[in-house]
Write a protein that binds this ligand. Structure first.
Ligand code: FE2
Length: 302
């Protein structure tokens, strides 16, 4: 028997014909496939594309000799591979930096083959003067591997700041560069700064963990030094980018972190947070590209 030219078994319980139902199913599959492809493309972009953000730091206290100085910050390299290293460093070279600050997690405590980190350190040291602090992954390596990484830095002329400082000099002008790998109280900071030479009006601070920003500013001010410009990493942009938020999750800060990427202010101090150029272990990021920070210093009114 047929109804209006169709046989009765072409109609289903919900009243849709088998043909219509198949068309709807095909549409749903098509839309899901498009969404999955878009997510895959975004996954590739987030984990391969290196975005470069430029910042300007202006201060009346900055000595004239440092005005125009360009800094490239590289954070969270995490033993990334050789091909990636060359691509990253070609971007760094394009910036012609005066200094390169490496703010922790050059190695990875899960993927512990140090050859990639060593290759990176050797090559990056040839671009500009490099200063490095350790991150949690570096410090979680075996003592032998930590020594191997430090030897690599020393052999390639990279200054490792282990709760210590260096004085950057341009002509007679000086800037104090501090590097810490743990939180410190004001007594420890005072002790560390016991022999700071006079005439360093600007203090730049390298510290892997951005969640310590306010503590660093408060403790350093209490010790009579003050941190003017802090460079940090660790948060990996909050792993998954979320509109109107600083990402989904950051170690040390938990869900919806306060500091994950970009510029932050506290009092008169500024912190720049890199989203990093690598991933920890086997984690992947989404809506959150790899990140080089470029900062130009300028003396003058903000
Ligand atoms: Fe990291």
């Amino acid at each position: 028997m047929s109804i209006a030219g169709r046989t009765s078994n072409e109609y289903n319980a919900d009243g849709l014909s088998g043909v219509k139902k198949n068309t709807r199913r095909r549409r749903v599959i098509f839309i899901i496939a498009i969404i999955l492809l878009a997510l895959l493309a975004e996954l590739l972009r987030s984990n391969l594309y290196i975005s470069v953000d430029e910042y300007l730091y202006m201060s009346n206290d900055l000595p004239a000799g440092f005005s125009g100085v360009k800094i490239v910050q590289i954070s969270d390299y995490h033993n990334s591979g050789e091909g990636f290293c060359d691509r990253l460093l070609s971007k760094v070279k394009l910036e012609s930096p005066d200094y390169i600050f490496i703010t922790g997690d050059t190695a990875d405590s899960i993927c512990t083959d140090l050859k990639a980190a060593e290759g990176f350190l050797e090559k990056v040291s040839k671009i500009a003067d490099c200063y490095l602090v350790w991150g949690n992954h570096d410090l979680a390596l075996s003592l032998d591997d930590q020594k191997r990484l430090k030897d690599c830095c020393v052999n390639n002329g990279i200054t490792v700041l282990e709760n210590s400082y260096a004085v950057l000099e341009r002509g007679s002008d000086k800037v104090l560069l501090v590097g810490t790998d743990q939180s410190m109280d004001s007594t420890q900071v005072e002790r560390m700064f016991g022999s700071v030479p006079k005439g360093c009006k600007t203090v730049i601070w390298l510290h892997h963990y951005p969640e310590d920003f306010k503590d660093i500013v408060d403790v350093s001010e209490k010790a009579g030094i003050g941190a003017d410009l802090v460079f940090s990493g660790h948060a990996h942009g909050g792993l998954i980018g979320i509109p109107f938020a600083e990402g989904l999750y950051a170690p040390g800060q938990g869900f919806f972190p306060e500091y994950a990427s970009g510029r932050y202010e506290y009092g008169s101090s500024v912190m720049l947070v890199s989203r990093g150029v690598g991933n920890s272990g086997y984690t992947k990021r989404l809506f959150n590209s790899l990140h080089l920070v470029v900062c130009e210093l300028k003396s003058g009114k903000k």
